[in-house]
Design a protein around this ligand. Sequence first.
Ligand SMILES: [Zn+2]
Length: 291
Amino acid sequence: MVPLRKLATFLILGMLVFPCLLGRAKVRSTAAQNSVPHAKSLFVQSAVQILEHEFKESGVSYLLFDARTEDLLSSRWEDAARPIPLGSLVKPFTALAYAEANEFQYPKHVCKGEESGCWQVHPHGELDIVSAIAVSCNSYFRALAEKLSGEKLSPTTRRFGLEAPDLGISGPGLMGLGDGWLISPLHMAHAYLELYRRRDQPGVRELLAGMARSAQQGTGAGVGRALRHTDALVKTGTALCTHLHSAPADGFVVALVPADQPEILLMIRVHGVAGAKASVTAGRMLSRMEE
Ligand SMILES: [Zn+2]
């Protein structure tokens, strides 16, 4: 039989030591993640410091996630949980809802520019889903979303943890125009991590290929041009500004870096610019992390 005094000492020691061990295990697992033996993991190590020390511009909000653990590493985004319009960031999810209803066949479409309702004056020409995501063509997505409704989208939004659009909205409201579909920026960032996690599922590969092309030559080229040693998956968006000192629009960027097995997800909002311009700011941030 263990003497009572000995048992008490044992318990007290256990209470003291156990949390220490837990704390240490946590530190050790973080260190283990950080020392993954390839150079790219430097992103995770330096990203937080660089963002917090070098990017203090008042018009820029950001969320930085570890793409593997989905942990939020750093943020400067007032009210990141509050649903706001996020513009074309919704397009991959709208596309996936379409694909699921259409045997995973994405349409082809000829964009005639402004004449067919695109944001770009000049025609994008003939597009498949990969190029439509890359250039974020509104004409393509008007056609794709034509027969979709808020109700039809809800299984997809549920699966990706996004706020559902108003049930009554259809067409353009479902490709990110207007303010009928408000989404929390935190939820949107997680939805893109989920999209990558489902990369082998039907209909998803094309969307990620579109995001890779966006960084190379589409609306996300500001990121692709800035990165020297790696590639990125990018989606941009332009939406109604929700700042107190309102501008015509805010630009949004989601970037997963590197494109092949992302280590970080950076989501930013730049006050008063379009998404393509915001991608230049995201590129500046990411290129510093890459050094
Ligand atoms: Zn177009």
